[in-house]
Design a protein around this ligand. Sequence first.
Ligand code: N7H
Length: 440
Amino acid sequence: SLNLTDVQGDVLIGMKKNRELFYFFSIADVATFKSNLSSTIHPLITSTTQLLDVNKQPTTMLNIAFSQSGLTALGISDNLGDSDFSNGQFADLANLGDPGSANWVPEFAGTGIHGVMLFASDTQANIDSEVASLESSLKGCITKTYTLQGAARPGSQAGHEHFGYLDGISNPGVDGFTVNPMPGQAVVASGEILVGETGDSATRPAWAKDGSFLVFRQLKQLVPEFNKFLTDNPIVEDGLTAQQGSDLLGARMVGRWKSGAPVDLAPKFDDPALGADPTRNNNFTFEHPDAALSSDQTRCPFSAHIRKTRPRADLGTPEDSVHHIMRAGIPYGPEVSADEASSSTTSTERGLAFVAYQSDIGAGFHFMQRFWANSATFVHRGVGADPIIGALAGAARLVNGLDPTNTTKSLTLTTDFVVSRGGEYFFTPSLSAIANTLSV
Ligand code: N7H
């Protein structure tokens, strides 16, 4: 079994709070930072054990992770065995399909960010006071480079990302940790998420064990533009109103309805009871006795976001691949205003503060984005790019299979509804690595 007191809390289960602040910093005074890392920060870091027990959860949870330039600043010369991490995300920009760095938050362009602190709590006031108190302890030894404030959406949209779809449904279970996996949930080797555990065969320094690579991406979402696209291109089918046809197009782009119900099980209309039922909403493989797995797209298109990023039976059973990530992101930015809705134009940025953990970025996030989402030939020739996150350096994307009445019809998406504003690759060390290696 895993040493859960040593694994930072966000990695395996996510802090899942209403508010989360991503506080990016650089280290200004190494010696003072190290002593603070051990005496001030380490005692505040929330472990998995603490997160699992409501009675042990602090008011404000804290996790910390370092970039390669941050580890280097701390005097760590060990090679962590992950080239994407060691080169940094800025160097990976073209591979990911980002259209240059013009859209990147300037602080992410380069390798100037040494680390990130993740503060999570029920209220903004809790986070603000925790940040103020830590800033006063760390005065002079770190510089705040950039922050991004995440917030769950209000009311009935809580748990939904800004396009309106329920998120946080399908994360893999982990061998030796997930006791009762939900029907349809992938269960992966612990070493696919945690460094140095079973299934992670890369050469790493011993202290890296039970850490995990954190991919951070600030993904802007053009919500009014996305909605207009759905309105302008409804699926036309007997028995569907225009609104229902637009809703169906959106559901087929994602692979799920806004309620979370998978189109594989609810191909024509949303089924909110199915969406809300964790014993059923992930229990599908895309395979059906009455349809050919390799050609039928009447239920779920091959290009649908959740089929691109977890192809299930398309890649064979029982386990579908070695490319899994643990997602722990949160929306950021305000709700769509009346003006934005009526003009179908975004004026205030909103999106997803995307967080993914894995033991190997090249097999995890990087692989999914580059070789699955952006590929016109995955999982079959001619399916086109992922209509949600596919990115071809700004070029128009051809997407097939979205119209269930004619799945050979292709749609050209000239707007990327998800725009990368960049990010960084980090390593989330175990608590013991922070105490015994990084702060000495
Ligand atoms: Fe995705 N969306 O709202 O459309 N994602 N995602 N994602 N995503 C998922 O199953 C979304 C992004 C994965 O196991 C759901 O929890 C948006 C990136 C994976 O069946 C929804 C953005 C990458 C899964 C969205 C975004 C992934 C997944 C269904 C950006 C990796 C699980 C809810 C703004 C490169 C697949 C759920 C499975 C699910 C959306 C980004 C990957 C609704 C808006 C960058 C692996």
